[in-house]
Design a protein around this ligand. Structure first.
Ligand code: NAD
Length: 468
């Protein structure tokens, strides 16, 4: 009998499904079949790949309510947002359908522009893109369908096949979407899903020469170790990793707007976003007024059953995640921090954690590590240099945001902050699927946008023709 992995509903602690714990042989066999299908995908004309991707988007919209409920059940994200997530996912497939014409436009280069090597007046060149072959994709628990879309849509658009490994916490929506893609007319083995021991699947992606590129979204520790080994095997990698985004509130900011952005930035989906606002840096002059506004807004958050339309925050993904929040808070208090706000009561069943705001000392773990839950550390800053120093003091560099009415000052600060995106007067918790997304330092390698990813998922080939 094959062993299985239970999948829990984090809001009820009940097992809602089981997925196979595949053996290494099964994983290898699936990689082999998917690799064989890559030549079939490659042979589909570009206009048809574009049509099929639009078909995937249509099928996702047709099944949107069912997919949103399944997603809420497996990751505990409130239903209001999971409906939007399915719409976003559909639009990523549409974006990939459109981008095919940009990425595969090709280039003709008359070589007589250069006098070296001699004889160039009798040569011309073509620069073309070709699919890499088989893509190995690994997704995190927190946004399965859209993270999958950022990998699978560009991979198929570029003419590759894909093996996807979802998080063991969240394999259900992804498996359902893989079946939807199979039904839209792509070859049966253009995409397959593997479930099982994460390390074993990662090792197989690295060691198996049939996998040409690994695209990973998840924690920095896992991603960087995987990337190092994959690159040593000559594979391409795209790594979207952790973050500890800072939000800077200057003394001339619109404090009400800034407080709303911080609340959404930290507490949406219980803070389980790579680009959640994980550190709040506030000018001394407005600190007390600002944290008062924050506490009032946090008081009005609705925590509870994520299937209810009026709920803002559901549970964390696991019991371990809840325990980790307690450790972070304890460490912050032991180091001299103080609790500024703690939510009244959360359901006792399910992996809930009360939204908490802490004035933290600079050596607290909450200001140095990635906190993946509803704990918001706030720290006082004295001037712009201090703000930049604290913002840059972590090993991550995903997003940051600055609240001020002075655009020139915001721009100067933005250019000194080491982060992949800097928002001015907006929350960090935004992502635009047509813009490059990714980070400095341990937040990633490369950038994901549908167009950037499609380029990365192709090889560039130069064909040089001698005219004699
Ligand atoms: P995780 O690193 O624990 O897991 C991510 C994926 O890697 C999962 O599918 C997991 O099963 C798999 N995995 C675990 N060990 C592995 C191994 N040894 N080899 C291969 N695969 C392995 O991360 P998570 O808890 O699922 O997600 C949260 C993390 O992801 C946070 O750090 C968050 O910031 C990051 N994240 C980043 C982005 C981004 O775009 N930058 C987006 C979402 C999440």
């Amino acid at each position: 009998m094959t062993s299985e992995i239970p999948v829990y509903n984090p809001a009820t602690e009940e097992i809602i499904a089981r997925v196979p714990m595949m053996s290494r042989e099964t994983i290898r066999e699936i990689i082999g079949r998917t690799y064989d299908a890559s030549s079939e995908v490659m042979a589909i004309p570009a206009y048809k790949r574009s049509k099929l991707l639009k078909e995937v988007a249509r099928a996702l919209r047709d099944q949107s309510d069912e997919l949103a409920r399944l997603l809420t059940a497996e990751i505990g994200r409130p239903i209001r947002s999971t409906k939007l997530i399915i719409e976003r996912t559909a639009s990523i497939y549409e974006l990939a359908a459109q981008e095919i014409s940009h990425v595969f436009s090709g280039e003709f280069v008359p070589l007589d522009l250069y006098d070296y090597p001699p004889g160039n007046e009798n040569r011309i060149a073509f620069v073309v893109r070709e699919p890499v072959g088989l893509v190995g994709a690994i997704t995190p628990f927190n946004f399965p369908p859209d993270s999958m879309a950022h990998k699978v849509a560009p991979a198929l658009a570029a003419g590759n096949s894909v093996v996807i490994k979802p998080s063991s916490y969240a394999p259900l929506t992804i498996t359902r979407i893989v079946n939807i893609i199979k039904q839209t007319g792509f070859p049966q083995d253009a995409i397959n899903v593997v479930t099982g021991d994460a390390k074993e699947i990662g090792d197989e992606f690295v060691d198996n020469p049939k996998v040409s590129l690994i695209t990973f979204t998840g924690s920095s520790s896992v991603g960087l170790s995987l990337a190092g080994r994959a690159v040593a095997q000559g594979k391409k990698v795209i790594m979207e990793l952790g973050g500890s985004d800072a939000m800077i509130v200057l003394e001339d900011a619109d404090l009400s707007r800034a407080a709303q952005a911080a609340i959404i930035g930290r507490f949406d989906y219980a803070g389980q976003f790579c680009n959640a606002t994980k550190r709040l840096l506030v000018r001394d002059e407005v600190f007390d007024k600002f944290v008062g506004m924050l506490a009032d807004m946090a008081f009005n958050l609705r925590v509870g059953d994520p299937l209810r339309e009026d709920v803002d925050l559901g549970p964390l993904i696991s019991r371990d995640a809840v325990k980790l929040m307690d450790l972070f808070v304890k460490d912050a208090l032991d180091k001299g921090g103080k609790v500024l706000f703690r939510y009244k009561e959360v359901p006792s069943k399910g992996f809930y954690y009360p939204p908490t705001i802490i004035e933290a000392t600079r050596d607290a773990r909450v200001l140095r590590e990635e906190v993946f839950g509803p704990v918001l550390p706030v720290v006082r800053i004295k001037d712009d240099e201090d703000a930049v120093r604290v913002a840059n003091s972590v090993e991550y560099g995903l997003d940051a945001s600055i609240f001020t009415r002075d655009f020139a000052r915001a721009y100067r600060l933005a250019s000194k902050i080491k982060a992949g995106s800097v928002f001015i007067n907006d929350t960090t918790r935004l992502r635009f699927d047509n813009l490059p997304f990714g980070g400095y330092k341990k937040s990633g390698i490369g950038r994901e946008s549908v167009r950037d990813t499609m380029r990365e998922m192709t090889e560039t080939k130069v064909i040089i023709q001698s005219l004699i």
